[in-house]
Design a protein around this ligand. Structure first.
Ligand SMILES: C[S@@+](CC[C@H](N)C(=O)[O-])C[C@H]1O[C@@H](n2cnc3c(N)ncnc32)[C@H](O)[C@@H]1O
Length: 233
């Protein structure tokens, strides 16, 4: 575990984020394991609370993974860009301008510190902190109509950066099945996949343009059974 005195918190609000459930989840975690795997890391609430020394975190959302890589390698640049945006008064026009800028980064596959900063800033200013993309992969969540204060806790993000740089943490962007190919006995895998939507209109699976289908849930169930010999019949 990371021996930093201060705890680390998620940088983003993320649909399905587990920050509120941490006490319940922590009570069920194993005490002893080799490597920590989180194939659907999202906002990373459990990962940051546990702060394992040896881990693989993964998500299919490349902008999200770029954020964690940029926090690790270019945290001061991210802080600079976020403070620059925070110093402007946010209204609908400014929000839409920043959203267009972010979508340009997506379209041109520009994965840099500015793209990471835009993700954090937009997450604070969009409706409910949702992450939703359309079929072209472009972010389409509306403005939350609030003029807010700071979009970032600088001490927290620097703390996360230090942790990612000093521990053995792999940050990958792939499908969950690929991530789990290296799992060995005594590793701990924490799965928190997208849920099956309760209705056609309550669709929270659009974290990426491919969505998460029933077939994906079947692949996950089968992977789980393969990783847990004792649950196989
Ligand atoms: C419920 S969220 C995880 C929430 C996270 N535990 C937290 O506390 O914020 C599910 C995540 O799975 C990711 N995802 C969707 N399909 C995936 C896939 N095929 N492989 C890996 N990650 C995927 C989404 O981008 C999303 O971030």
């Amino acid at each position: 575990m990371y021996s930093c005195q201060q705890s680390m918190n998620p940088v983003l609000k993320w649909a399905g984020g587990k920050k509120q459930l941490l006490p319940l989840i922590n009570a069920m975690l194993p005490n002893d394991y080799c490597r920590y795997y989180e194939p659907f890391v999202g906002g990373a609430a459990v990962f940051l609370s546990l702060a394992p020394s040896n881990a693989i975190i993964n998500d299919v959302n490349i902008q999200l993974i770029n954020l964690y890589l940029q926090i690790k390698n270019s945290v001061e640049e991210i802080i600079y860009y976020i403070n620059f945006m925070d110093n402007k008064t946010c209204d609908l026009d400014y929000y839409l301008e920043m959203r267009r800028k972010y979508n340009k980064k997506i379209q041109t596959n520009t994965l840099d510190a500015e793209c990471a900063a835009l993700l954090v800033w937009i997450n604070k200013h969009c409706f409910n902190g949702l992450y939703r993309v359309n079929s072209k992969g472009l972010f389409n969540v509306p403005y939350n109509n609030k003029i807010q204060g700071r979009s970032i806790d600088e001490e927290n993000i620097r703390n996360i950066s230090r942790y990612l740089r000093t521990k053995d943490i792999s940050i990958t962007c792939s499908d969950f099945e690929d991530t789990c190919k290296t799992v060995k006995a005594n590793d701990f895998v924490y799965f928190d996949s997208p849920y099956i939507p309760q209705s056609n209109t309550a669709d929270f699976t659009s974290y990426a343009k491919t969505g998460f289908t029933e077939e994906d849930h079947r692949r996950l169930a089968s992977l789980y059974k393969n990783l847990m010999p004792q649950v196989q019949n």
